[in-house]
Design a protein around this ligand. Structure first.
Ligand SMILES: NC(=O)c1ccc[n+]([C@@H]2O[C@H](COP(=O)([O-])OP(=O)(O)OC[C@H]3O[C@@H](n4cnc5c(N)ncnc54)[C@H](OP(=O)(O)O)[C@@H]3O)[C@@H](O)[C@H]2O)c1
Length: 185
């Protein structure tokens, strides 16, 4: 469907009252800007992936653009389905020990501190409490900086097909492809 037809469809849904706000997932910078121009404050949120390992959306400036435009950043699969913790990454081990929190709590706390809305899934009451409690403590500024700046040695980013040219992979599959693209140094 052409972009303009999409706008027409969404505008008719908004006018009919069947939807009040709109959001996007896994979009590129240009699409986010176009939607903001078209829908203003009704463009409420953008969902994108961020995890300790995968920083593509951070490095592309997606989160910063949404912050600048007043669009909520929603983070999907923040714990990489609990795979992150299996690596015992030294920074997470260090901060976990320093603050007496789990590694997953360190990751979620870092994201919450950035003002992101975290879409973490759990069916376990213990994990839900652990994840909620992750938002109830503060780390030192330099630890947040370390979390922001951390990149994984030995991880080669696959090319992402940001503009749907057919070259590269969708940004939405990056968290599932980490294991294929990581070689322990
Ligand atoms: N917009 C998009 O493109 C997109 C794409 C993918 C996913 N999503 C959304 O993102 C949300 C979360 O993604 P996800 O479920 O794929 O990944 P996730 O939230 O990173 O991981 C969920 C898994 O982690 C476990 N878990 C959660 N908290 C834990 C904790 N404190 N300690 C240990 N294990 C923990 C859960 O098991 P337990 O149940 O045992 O706790 C579950 O198996 C979903 O609602 C999904 O719909 C959006």
């Amino acid at each position: 469907m052409e972009k303009l037809k999409v706008f027409k469809l969404i505008n008719s849904l908004l006018q009919s009252g069947r939807t009040k706000y709109i959001s996007l997932s896994n979009s590129n910078l240009q699409t986010i800007q176009r939607f903001k121009k078209e829908f203003g404050d009704l463009f409420y949120a953008h969902e994108a992936h961020l995890s300790f390992e995968i920083r593509e959306n951070q490095d592309k400036g997606i989160f910063y653009l949404c912050d600048d435009l007043g669009i909520q950043n929603v983070i999907w699969r923040p714990l990489r389905e609990n795979k992150t913790v299996g690596y015992n990454w030294p920074l997470l081990v260090e901060l976990s020990s320093k603050y007496g929190k789990t590694q997953n709590q360190i990751v979620l706390n870092w994201m919450a501190h950035r003002g992101y809305k975290i879409e973490v899934m759990s069916k376990s009451p213990e994990h839900i409490k652990e994840n909620w409690d992750a938002t109830l403590f503060e780390m030192d500024d330099d630890d947040y900086q370390k979390m922001n700046e951390h990149r994984i040695d030995g991880y080669t980013y696959p090319k992402v097909d940001w503009n749907k040219t057919g070259e590269g992979i969708s940004v939405s599959v990056l968290p599932d492809k980490f294991e294929e693209n990581y070689v322990k140094p």
